[in-house]
Design a protein around this ligand. Structure first.
Ligand code: SF4
Length: 91
């Protein structure tokens, strides 16, 4: 601790509060972001989802496929062999 900090404990307290509040805001923003992403669902009908591959493309090869769920928001359940209009190949 510097001489300045020892003489000015309020500065140290203020910096702790700034760091704490920054982490709280960041955590809250991350939570809201993931909630919004999960809340934005797309019906299978709107996505033109089908349980079979199309032209050799399937959910398991799609960028949005994540361990049996669709990160794009097409409602569960989806099949690894499914396909919809939002298909985007993994790079
Ligand atoms: S093809 Fe459609 S339903 Fe399947 S993972 Fe990709 S975006 Fe989701």
């Amino acid at each position: 601790m510097s001489d300045f900090d020892q003489q000015n404990p309020s500065r140290r307290t203020f910096m702790k509060q700034v760091i704490y509040l920054t982490s709280v805001v960041a955590a809250g923003a991350a939570t809201l972001g993931s909630t919004a992403a999960r809340a934005a669902t797309i019906s299978k009908a709107d996505a033109h989802y089908q349980d079979a591959p199309k032209d050799g493309n399937a959910c398991s090869q799609c960028y949005y496929f994540d361990n049996g769920t669709c990160k794009r928001g097409v409602v569960d359940p989806i099949s690894p062999n499914g396909y919809c209009d939002y298909f985007s190949p993994k790079s």
